[in-house]
Design a protein around this ligand. Structure first.
Ligand SMILES: Cc1cc2nc3c(=O)[nH]c(=O)nc-3n(C[C@H](O)[C@H](O)[C@H](O)COP(=O)(O)OP(=O)(O)OC[C@H]3O[C@@H](n4cnc5c(N)ncnc54)[C@H](O)[C@@H]3O)c2cc1C
Ligand code: FES
Length: 347
């Protein structure tokens, strides 16, 4: 075939999202999953774009190549015929028109001012912000925001993700539970320089972490500042009078000094007959006088988890804990489709 008759590859491809709600202009070559992520449009994922989880579904109205084997595995012939595709499998090679769930597009910029800071442990603080513009936020509990670093702290204008710790009913505020990283740019700025009354900017809400609306028993596993999303979800559920799914929150800490919100969580345990709180210490300090669960939180959960037939698992926290939790849950026979997590990865 004469190469000269081939049309030259386009320099940029236009991606029309949800009938003109957004239009992206991107160079060809990446996957839809990647270019949408770059534009802060986050498709659901468990496998991180590797074609394994089948979560990153969206509708491609025009411009896609033939489905890959991974798509044929996760989607039926009828779904593919209707345009349903996996974002991580669709290469951007020409102009595309796509539809993503409305919620995925909801994120917007906010201004807020720091109202108060409360010490939760020696290295975790709760930051409470009052929204100034706009003055209300709507979100599904479990979502996160991206807090912008001031240019004086990071000239590139980078941002960091933080789960929203407050419930949606407190629509005029956003609370964050933040753990100090000793060398961390953002957390050092928040812990050492950010003053009450100071203005901050963030975008959100983002993410897909949140409860399904099924009726399976739930286990929640959190470590460190990973309590944040569950603190939002728990307070939201406590406000719903008819919630009844049996739920156990496993919280992992090293020693007693790393536990926080103890009184509040014990209070909810008394108030809500469907909620159980199980803190676990991996290395109690001398003098901790600890009579509760001992060991890594994922091992503690494993010891207590007998039958996974009607269980959903939710995990939130540092990457090591999430990976250990996933291995444990898979070994117990819990299917990937019933495991949901937010990994506090550096990204
Ligand atoms: C979806 C999501 C939700 C998150 N929610 C929260 C939250 O609610 N509370 C919270 O405290 N944090 C949360 N994080 C982590 C947060 O976004 C930052 O990564 C973290 O606060 C460190 O930022 P920093 O600027 O202080 O550190 P940086 O300056 O970015 O990093 C300093 C050093 O620490 C290392 N590092 C940074 N973060 C991590 C990490 N998570 N694991 C391992 N090494 C790391 C870096 O490699 C680097 O060496 C979340 C992350 C994600 C992706
Ligand atoms: S992100 Fe997992 S299949 Fe696409």
């Amino acid at each position: 075939m004469d190469g000269a008759s081939q049309p030259p590859p386009p320099k940029t491809c236009a991606i029309d999202v949800n009938d003109g709600a957004k239009t992206l202009h991107v160079p060809p070559g990446k996957t839809l999953f990647e270019v949408l992520n770059d534009a802060d449009i986050h498709l659901p994922t468990i496998c991180g774009g590797r074609g394994k989880c089948g979560r990153c579904r969206l509708t491609v109205l025009s411009g896609a190549d033939e489905p890959t084997d991974a798509e044929k595995k996760h989607l039926s012939a009828d779904q593919l015929k209707a345009g349903l595709r996996l974002g991580c499998q669709v290469k951007v090679n020409r102009d595309l028109a796509i539809r993503v769930p409305e919620e995925v597009l909801q994120a917007r910029p906010f201004r807020a001012k720091l109202e108060s800071v409360r010490d939760l442990t020696h290295d975790i603080k709760r930051f409470r912000f009052e929204l100034t513009e706009p003055q209300r936020i709507e979100f599904i509990p479990g979502r996160y925001i991206k807090l912008h670093l001031p240019k004086a702290v990071d000239p590139s204008g980078a941002s960091r993700a933080f789960s929203i710790a407050s419930p949606p009913s407190e629509a005029r505020r956003v609370e964050l539970i933040v753990r100090l990283h000793p060398d961390g740019t953002c957390t050092n700025w928040m812990f050492n320089d950010l003053q009450a009354g100071q203005e901050v900017r963030f975008d959100g809400p983002y993410g897909q972490f949140g409860l399904t609306d099924g009726d399976a028993e739930m286990i929640w596993i959190a470590g460190g500042s990973g309590m944040s999303a569950f603190w939002s979800i728990l307070r939201h559920l406590a406000e719903m009078k008819n919630f009844s799914r049996p739920t156990t929150l496993y919280f992992g800490a090293v020693a007693r000094r790393d536990l926080y919100l103890q009184e509040e969580l014990r209070g909810y345990e008394k108030q809500l007959n469907w909620f159980t709180y199980v803190p676990a210490l991996s290395q109690p300090a001398e003098g901790d006088a600890w009579e509760g669960q001992l060991g890594l939180v994922t091992d503690v959960a494993a010891r207590r988890l007998e039958n996974v037939a009607n269980v959903e698992a939710y995990l939130c926290g540092p990457p090591g804990m999430i990976d250990a939790g996933l291995a444990m849950l898979h070994a117990k026979g819990l299917g990937q489709e019933r495991i949901f997590f937010d990994k506090f990865e550096h990204r």
